[in-house]
Each structure stands twice: as structure tokens, then as C-alpha cells.
Design a protein around this ligand. Structure first.
Ligand code: ZN
Length: 446
């Protein structure tokens, strides 16, 4: 199996390198905006979307014009990369997994640029060679594993970073755990599992929330663009960056534990568009006061859930498991006992009470059970009333998804997949018919 992994380091550029980096990041933003404007213009005139191939022609044109002469200061591969990035953004939009590409505003987006080739890394000397920038020193916080494929340079909270993406072959492990579990993601509980356990939200967000409000008030009292305003703004930016780090750390710890303890995890498929809708209170229909009460905490978790799924997905695959996503409809409204679906079943955020049979339980826990059931039905390929049948096929699918080579005639004997799953016994790997086609690559960002 091919694995992609990201390694991020702080760069220590000298003055000239830093000035050049700002220029490249600015040129990248300018190129993005020029390309997007031209696509939109073309569309307004009745034209079709143009591929990155055509966009590269536009780029060449602009570079020859005196007006955009400064684009030539950038390493040309960093600008060609923009056409690929915009093409990818359009593709996501066409697939309805993202909204329409936005213009990049200075100070509102991450300043970055990417080198797909021409770089060198000398780990023993803690430095990397980047085209046109030359040798740049970096803080070697860890060793790089795999073959470096590209480097993205970005600016955040006053520092420059290099993300080295590497590729390597790994043998796919057999799952160490054997259970399947559904997870409901929420606000009062970060994640509730269908086995009854849950992950509490990160409380330190509360502390940060108070501090952030204070810093923002201080900033608003200063005269815009004055020295003191710039100082206050730097404090706000630094805190935002700190919050992002704390969240990332929390998500890594949580997903590492979950992926080690379960062979298969079922979650709701929160597409980007659904996630932004959830902020308005439509997804899962949380009470209005909940949205207000949670404030920043919710905003932070909204961003966190996408990362949570991403981390969980690749860590499960690392451990030989699998993440299954199911559509999020009615998971909070269906009674797990009599299957009556009604919005009235959930009268508060915390409590679930079935209006038909009187079943009562914690609402997040009910959500997790329904998500698990949906996952089982999806695997079964439709309706099954006998839960044990569902479990067997899940076990087989877990084995298939981790079978590796695709034509495993002789499954390994010691496969530790026998175990109890939600009341049913899983067949061991030796009982399964064949190894399916495994997912061939995955991406990780650490
Ligand atoms: Zn009921």
C-alpha cells in the first residue's frame, strides 16, 4: 500500500529569503485571482470551464505583459501549481463537496506556495534547498520518513513553515481490534460511541474563548493600523494559531485511541456544505439556544470534525481498520427500539424520548446507535432485520478491506479478527472467501 505523509517544519529564512517568500506568496495569490476572474469572465460569456492546460497558456500570456512582469520573479513551477490547485477547487465544486472557489484576499488567506520539484533536503545539516530561494535552514523537530514528493511553504502567525509531503510503501497490517462502533459527533460530548462511552470536549477551548474575546476587544479599541493595533492584532493571531495547535493535538490523541480500539468505525458523512449548514443550526436540528451557548466552541469543533474524520480514516487504515461514512439523515430522530421516526422524539438536546414506545436515553447515544445500524445496513446492501447477518458481512468486509494483495488465496492463519461484535461473533479471516481490493493510497498530515 502506498502511503502519503506530511512533515511540517518551521523555516528560518534570512532577510532576503523572507522578502522573496512574501513575493512568491503574493504572486501565487495574484495568479489565483487572475485565473479565477478569467474563468468567471469566460463563463459569463457563455464559455465552458477551462482546464489547467488552458490556464497555463493564460499564465504564460500574462507573464509576457509588462503589467504583470513581477510574476516572473516567482519560480515558474509555483505558479503552474496554482492552475492545478484551481482546477482541483473547481472539481470539488462540480462534485458538490465544496462551495465555489473564492478570490484570495491579502491577510485573509494562508500565504503559501508549493514546489513540486527541484528541491533538496539535507537533514543532517537541518537545511533544505528551494528553487530560487537557495538553502534555507529549518528546525528539525523530527526525521522525515519516505521519499519527498513536494514542499509547501506557508506563513502563519509570524512564522514560515515547510510541509514536506512524502510517499512510501507500507505493508498493510491486520486489524488489532475486532469491534465495530458508531460515533455521533456533538457539542456537549465531542464524540459519543454506540458502546456507551464518550469523548468529552476539550475544556481548554473555554479558557481560550474568554481570552480571545478580551484580545479582540482590546484590538477594537485601538486605532486601525496604528502601532498598538498591529501589536494587538498579533496577539489575536497568535492565539488563533495556539487554538489550532491545541485542537490538532486533541484530535490526534482522540483518533489514535479510537483507531486502535476498533476495527471499523461508522460516522455521519459531513460534507463541507453540510458542515457550514450546521453552523446555522439545520444539521441534526440542534436547539437554537445550543448554538448560542456553545459560541466559539462550536465554531472550533465545526472545523475539527472534518479533521477528525480525516485523521480517523487514515489511522484506521494504518491499523488495518476502516472508516465507513453514512448519510446523516434522521439519525437523531429514529427510535432504536421501535424505529418510529419523529422530530418530537428529541425534545431537548440531551434527552431522547420516543413518543410511540416510550424508549428513553441520552440523545447522542441514540444517535450513535442509529449511525451504527445505518452502517450495517449499508454494508449489508439493504434491509436486514437479523442483526447477526449484518455483522458477519461486516466482518468479511473488514477482512476484505484489509486483505492487501487483492488475491489472497491463503489468508493468514493468525488473523486476530475473531471476536464479539455487538452480540454477534465475527468469523475469523480464515473463514472469509477472498481478500478484496484494498484502498491503494492514503494521505496523512501530521
Ligand atoms: Zn420507540
Amino acid at each position: 500500500m502506498e502511503m502519503l505523509q506530511g512533515f511540517k517544519f518551521e523555516l528560518m529564512p534570512n532577510g532576503a529569503q523572507e522578502r522573496a517568500a512574501w513575493q512568491y506568496a503574493g504572486n501565487r495569490r495574484k495568479t489565483w485571482n487572475l485565473l479565477l476572474a478569467k474563468q468567471m469572465e469566460n463563463h459569463a460569456e457563455g464559455g465552458k470551464y477551462q482546464s489547467s492546460y488552458s490556464m497555463n497558456y493564460w499564465l504564460t500570456d500574462w507573464k509576457e505583459q509588462a503589467e504583470f512582469e513581477y510574476l516572473n520573479l516567482s519560480p515558474s513551477q509555483t505558479l503552474q501549481q496554482v492552475t492545478k490547485d484551481l482546477a482541483a477547487a473547481y472539481e470539488k465544486f462540480f462534485k458538490k463537496t465544496a462551495s465555489f472557489p473564492q478570490f484570495k484576499k491579502k491577510g485573509k488567506c494562508v500565504d503559501s506556495f508549493r514546489f513540486p520539484q527541484g528541491f533538496k533536503i539535507e537533514e543532517q545539516n537541518s537545511r533544505m534547498f528551494l528553487p530560487k530561494l537557495g538553502w534555507v535552514r529549518y528546525r528539525k523537530s523530527r526525521a522525515i520518513i519516505g521519499t519527498p514528493k513536494n514542499i509547501t511553504v506557508s506563513h502563519s502567525a509570524g512564522k514560515w513553515f515547510a510541509s514536506v509531503q512524502t510517499q512510501r510503501e507500507i505493508t498493510q497490517p491486520l486489524p488489532q481490534a475486532s469491534s465495530i462502533v458508531g460515533i455521533d459527533k456533538g457539542i456537549t460530548r465531542f464524540a459519543t460511541l454506540s458502546d456507551g462511552s464518550f469523548v468529552a470536549p476539550l475544556n481548554s477551548f473555554k479558557k481560550h474563548e474568554v481570552r480571545l474575546a478580551r484580545y479582540q476587544r482590546a484590538m477594537s479599541r485601538k486605532k486601525k493600523f496604528s502601532k498598538n493595533w498591529i501589536k494587538a492584532k498579533a496577539k489575536v493571531t497568535a492565539l488563533h494559531s495556539r487554538i489550532a495547535n491545541v485542537r490538532r493535538d486533541f484530535l490526534h490523541k482522540t483518533t489514535t485511541t479510537l483507531s486502535k480500539n476498533h476495527a471499523m468505525i461508522v460516522v455521519e458523512d459531513l460534507k463541507v456544505l453540510n458542515m457550514s449548514a450546521s453552523a446555522k443550526g439545520t444539521l441534526d436540528e440542534p436547539g437554537r439556544n445550543v448554538t448560542q451557548k456553545s459560541g466559539l466552541n462550536k465554531a472550533i469543533l465545526d472545523q475539527g470534525w472534518g479533521m477528525f474524520d480525516g485523521f480517523l480514516s487514515y489511522k484506521l487504515i494504518w491499523n488495518g481498520g476502516w472508516l465507513l461514512k453514512v448519510p446523516p439523515h434522521y439519525t437523531s430522530q429514529e427510535c432504536p427500539s421501535c424505529h418510529h421516526v419523529s422530530a418530537d422524539n428529541r425534545q431537548t438536546q440531551e434527552r431522547f424520548a420516543c413518543v410511540k414506545c416510550g424508549y428513553r436515553n441520552n440523545a447522542d447515544y441514540v444517535g450513535a446507535i442509529n449511525i451504527l445500524e445505518k452502517g450495517k445496513k449499508m454494508l449489508e446492501g439493504q434491509d436486514t432485520t437479523d442483526g447477526s447477518v449484518g455483522c458477519e458481512s461486516i466482518a468479511r468486509l473488514v477482512c476484505e478491506s484489509t486483505g492487501g494483495s487483492g488475491t489472497a488465496k491463503k489468508p493468514r492463519r493468525a488473523a486476530p479478527v475473531r471476536g464479539r461484535v455487538n452480540g454477534a461473533v465475527m468469523p475469523s479471516a480464515t473463514e472469509t472467501r477472498r481478500g478484496g481490493k484494498a484502498k491503494s493510497s492514503l494521505t496523512a498530515n501530521l
